[in-house]
Ligand binder design. Sequence first.
Ligand code: GLU
Length: 427
Amino acid sequence: MVAYQPLSFLQSQPCGPWEVYLEQIDRVTPHLGHLARWIDTLKHPKRILIVDVPIERDDGSIAHFEGYRVQHNTSRGPGKGGVRFHQDVTLSEVMALSAWMTVKNAAVNVPYGGAKGGIRVDPKQLSMAELQRMTRRYTSEIQIIIGPMKDIPAPDVNTNEQIMAWMMDTYSVNEGSTTTGVVTGKPVSLGGSLGRQEATGRGVFVVGCEVAALRGLDVAGMRVAIQGFGNVGGVAARLFAQSGALVVAIQDHEAAIVNEGGIDVNALLGHARSSGSVAGFAGATRLDNRDEFWEIDCDMLIPAALEQQITAANAGKIKASIVLEGANGPTTPAADDILAERGILVVPDVIANAGGVTVSYFEWVQDFSSFFWTEDEINQRLTRIMKEALAAVWQLAADRKVSLRTAAFIVGCTRVLQAREMRGLYP
Ligand code: GLU
């Protein structure tokens, strides 16, 4: 077998998110039997597009932003994955995020490959008009590779239903016909799905409750700490609090706050909506050092922000017995090992946060049939898919004596590589 050739354009980033993903793939390879022959498929994104996104600023100056769309794999269906606007976005990150979408979509068995996009920009520095111009230009630049049967973007960090509406409109104007199925996470009035906005957080909650039960923990009274208070962390916090769990700590981009008696999540959501952060909330104490968040005494820790947050530097301090990954790629392989050694259960992102893409799939199906489901139908179908995916991975982990991450990767990678093998190489 020819040794894997590192992708030459990434050699300057030895510890990036893509390398974390490659390590995860190396860990699953011995469990894939004859399909391991195809493993390099998963180490080579199918298609990478880097685009220049120029816009005219409100003051008349011209700004250029770096944009990406990576289609990691399309063996099982069109590319699918979000678009992230963040000042730290890199190609390595978008490649890793697209690859995690491949594994995630296969692990929960929605008929998609994996893709991801992003723009290296701090959207908070843009006016609404500038944000719209940037979104439209980016969409137009990546239009050559996206489409309802090719690759379907969706919201991710710092993107929302308004941005999806602009993307859908730009694509449709360029195509000459309204094409709602080109993106998901749209407003409900424009072919969006009920329940999509809260779907990722709801999926995290459903999986969290299942895992708590499997571990003999009662959700009522369970102490939960959450990193991130956006569309994933905020929704998960609300649903856990509604079920009687105590949300004892929250960390966001500004501050980390604690209240051992349980934070009033609805009041905090109102505060964060008006002030933009959890900082300054009267119903909790702010930690002097935000890194102390990782040492909070709790039962369940939910990283729901960015990747590479739980590392060898803080994994030894975590007191939770369960880490539930709401974010993509929040735990490094070195941290995985430390947590496993300490008996802390890690519920991997590719299962725990798959609720968002699952309801994106429902949205796409509804757009094609122009027949829309009730919120109850959506939530019931979401809950069933999440529970079944977790149960299958839990059983496999027990049978093979591997971590839940390795088990989820076995399920996902097996499905992708079986499709790869059956389709065969062309020519
Ligand atoms: N950005 C979300 C994720 O990371 C959802 C992607 C989608 O709905 O396509 O899973």
